[in-house]
Ligand binder design. Structure first.
Ligand code: HEC
Length: 222
């Protein structure tokens, strides 16, 4: 093969390597210019960015607020028993039909109660949870309000004013809170709130059981 051809091929090969080397070099370090965007994929299009102005609307806002009364699909929550603990304007006395009182429900409730309620109300619901005890201790040892606040003791769930409450009212307390206690609607899903109040009922029964609650063959002759 003539030398001229060999040299030409050599030079062409070196030249062919150049563009990828330059591209790799440019890509490897940050530069002031935006990248060259060969495949647009709708990257650039007319649109309003968040919080920007739009003269089309009287209030000049490009972001529109929801039409009043909008309900997200599946969130109409029309079942009053399930979502509010009421039926016919009265507190319900049973769990919703979809959440029958089973051992499974109570065990779920026990787990959730121990996580969400026991810090204040205690594992047995006596109102002696560790957070409550600590707060009472801090308040007792302080001359005035601690950090500008006072502490209302968590109520015993065995208090007669609580044990007479229908389960629907307990559900409402957990959902929306009561006086100084905050509601748990946003943290605890609705089924778990029912599991918790079912467990609260079981806790109350455990401290206030009647002889008739014990199976006849387990009464030890009483
Ligand atoms: C941060 C502490 C705290 C936690 C956690 C807490 N509570 Fe309470 N709870 C209170 C306090 C305080 C009161 C008394 C409020 C008052 O009297 O102003 C109360 C009151 C109650 C009452 C009595 C309502 C009435 O009608 O008198 C019930 C029932 C109750 N809580 C259930 C629960 C359940 C169930 C949970 C768990 C989902 C829970 N609480 C979690 C602090 C707490």
């Amino acid at each position: 093969m003539p030398r001229i051809i060999i040299y030409t091929l050599l030079i062409l090969t070196l030249l062919a390597i150049l563009p990828p080397v330059v591209i790799a070099q440019v890509r490897s370090k940050p530069g002031p210019n935006p990248p060259i965007n060969l495949i647009q994929d709708m990257d650039l299009q007319a649109k309003f960015k968040a919080q920007s102005k739009n003269d089309l609307f009287a209030d000049d806002r490009s972001q529109r607020v929801q039409v009043a009364g909008t309900v997200a699909r599946g969130e109409a929550n029309l079942d009053e028993h399930l979502n509010k603990g009421v039926a016919g304007g009265q507190w319900v006395t049973t769990t919703p039909a979809t959440l029958p009182m089973t051992r499974e429900l109570l065990e779920r409730g026990q787990g959730r109660f121990n996580i969400y309620c026991s810090p204040c109300h205690g594992y047995s619901g006596m109102g002696n949870g560790t957070v409550n005890q600590r707060a009472l201790e801090l308040v007792a040892n302080a001359d005035g309000p601690v950090n500008g606040t006072v502490w209302v003791a968590a109520k015993s769930l065995h208090d007669a004013t609580v044990t007479i409450q229908p389960i629907g009212q307990l559900f409402n307390t957990v959902t929306n809170g009561v006086r100084n206690m905050a509601g748990y609607q946003s943290q605890i899903p609705v089924a778990d709130r029912w599991a918790i109040v079912a467990y609260v009922k079981a806790l109350q029964r455990s401290q206030d059981a009647k002889l008739a609650d014990v199976p006849a063959d387990k009464r030890g002759g009483l």
